[in-house]
Design a protein around this ligand. Structure first.
Ligand code: HEM
Length: 184
């Protein structure tokens, strides 16, 4: 996982719980390098698991709640890299349908060795978009948070729901995105 994700996580924890909490979770996670991450470096995903677990233990918040809030923070921080892609005139569904291509072009320029998830559109109508989320990491709640951040940015509020799914390539998560104010 890219160091950038870890530094974002610390910024998010500091904003929500204060700088002492960042020190506390770094200590509790027993990291080999005491929490020193560089943005473009790559680090074991297990270190993120240890940090997120330490935060759930320190705050009593359930894991999905922690991950989803972090996902929304990520979107708000990342949107500045591509303001034109997230222009408020765009439809949320168009943005989400293009997210794989966005990751593979724009994000790859910044982080050539990033391990990026994939979001494959399965069904779309005026009200609902169904995306198949696949990743080598179990981060569906983080994806929900990023999508919620995008929806808020575009002023297109949504209800989100996940269900486990499987095809010939194996298990994945189906994310249902429902517009609360359908366009037109
Ligand atoms: C609605 C828009 C977006 C969605 C739904 C989304 C979703 C995600 C998710 C769920 C992950 C976690 C990794 C995984 O699941 O395997 C991720 C990773 C990442 N995304 Fe996005 N993302 C979006 C936009 C962006 C933007 C605008 C940037 C701009 C720089 C970005 C950069 C990254 C980076 C750097 C990673 C980390 C890759 C790694 O650790 O190797 N994403 N994205």
């Amino acid at each position: 996982m890219k160091g950038r994700v870890f530094t974002e996580f610390f910024a998010h924890v500091e904003a929500c719980h204060g700088a002492d909490m960042v020190d506390d979770i770094i200590e509790a996670a027993r990291l080999p390098h005491h929490g020193a991450y560089t943005s473009t470096g790559s680090y074991p995903f297990q270190e993120m698991v240890s940090l997120v677990t330490a935060l759930t233990e320190a705050t009593g918040q359930p894991l999905p709640v922690v991950l989803e809030a972090f996902g929304t923070h990520c979107f708000e921080s990342w949107v500045g890299y591509a303001p034109q892609y997230f222009a408020t005139s765009r439809s949320l569904f168009d943005v989400l349908e293009g997210i794989d291509q966005f990751h593979e072009t724009e994000v790859r320029k910044l982080y050539p060795d990033a391990e990026l998830p994939s979001f494959v559109p399965e069904r779309r109508d005026g009200r609902t978009l169904v995306l198949g989320y696949r990743s080598c990491k179990p981060l569906a709640p983080l994806a929900l948070g990023v999508i919620r951040g995008a929806a808020a940015h575009l002023s297109q509020p949504v209800a989100l729901r996940c269900e486990p799914a499987e095809d010939a390539r194996g298990p994945y998560t189906r994310i249902h995105v429902e517009l609360l104010r359908p366009a037109g």
